[in-house]
Write a protein that binds this ligand. Sequence first.
Ligand code: FAD
Length: 341
Amino acid sequence: MVASLYSKESEKKDICIFLEHRGAGLAPVSLELLSKGRELASHAGWTLTGLLLGYQVAGAASEAFDYGADRVILIDNPKLELFTVDAYTHVAYQIIDVYRPGIFLLGATMDGRDLAGRLAVRLRTGLNADCTGLQLDVEEGRLVCEVSGFGGGILALIEMEKHRPQMATVRPGVFLPSKMSAVKSGQLIRPEIEIPDEIIRTRVVERVIGEGVDLTQAPVLVAGGRGVEGNFEMLNDLAQLLDGDYGATRPPVDDGFVERERQIGQTGVVCRPNLVIVCGISGAFHFVVGIQEAETIIAINSDRDAPIFEYADYCIVGDVHEIIPLLIKALREDRVAERPA
Ligand SMILES: Cc1cc2nc3c(=O)[nH]c(=O)nc-3n(C[C@H](O)[C@H](O)[C@H](O)COP(=O)(O)OP(=O)(O)OC[C@H]3O[C@@H](n4cnc5c(N)ncnc54)[C@H](O)[C@@H]3O)c2cc1C
């Protein structure tokens, strides 16, 4: 097997997180990874580092300290303003070569996945993709990654014995972001790294920001399955009244009733809403992993033996086409009654 750029023996006891930023602040998945990283690093006595690449993004470093980073390595360069895998790989590789973290984590986002694959090859190390859990074996200094395999039928725990850094991408929504209770400062390191023009093989011609859907941030979710028979307008009405959003299982997405970014589950998004109302969904494992961390689960299904009822806090046996309109009507009446005369 090809040896990695550096070995376990020369690694630093450091967990490094690739920090993604969205406009003003860090992306939710970066806050989630920092929080989990803080927990693992504190337990093992390691340091927690954030790697922040971009242009005029220094403000995001203080947010990283708020979420537990001991230090942030910041490369502020106009050539990093927009993500290109060439420039980001070039810079991340050099930082990793110098700082040699034992562990390097990224969010399983579009950019995170793009960068992780390219970087892992250049570093000649392994990559655990799309993890749903992380532990750290302190004695061995090994990252234990939880990954579901064979269509969700098994949950595999994967470790990297020799190759460093131990790289993993983690799905958004898996960990809870938790801000440090006390004000925390940290060390801001600003290395100079040259980015030659010729290494960037993509040119951004135009940037269009779509509306986008992020179900991981919705406090209330109304999820619909095949039993809804494509009537997602009804679910959207209910979601709006509850100040939430709506999502779906895979069949309505495959049938074109709902956009793919609204798919919940193993191959969709993992959510942790305060409340999820699950409508006309059988409760297959592939879907349940996307909502099982919700605080309260209400399930509506016409089949009293549907597996989803095993996960629900409140079970309603009945037809969604009758129950949802009744809920919408009751909520609207409530709103009218609440309005001052
Ligand atoms: C590798 C792999 C990955 C997958 N990833 C995902 C994923 O990310 N997300 C996902 O959702 N699925 C995923 N799936 C598919 C998953 O296994 C299930 O097939 C899917 O979740 C079933 O969706 P459903 O519950 O909407 O449909 P069904 O299983 O067909 O269930 C429909 C339910 O609706 C109820 N119903 C019917 N009519 C009514 C009515 N009028 N009122 C009330 N209830 C009614 C029925 O009783 C039934 O329980 C994946 C599968 C594989 C193999």
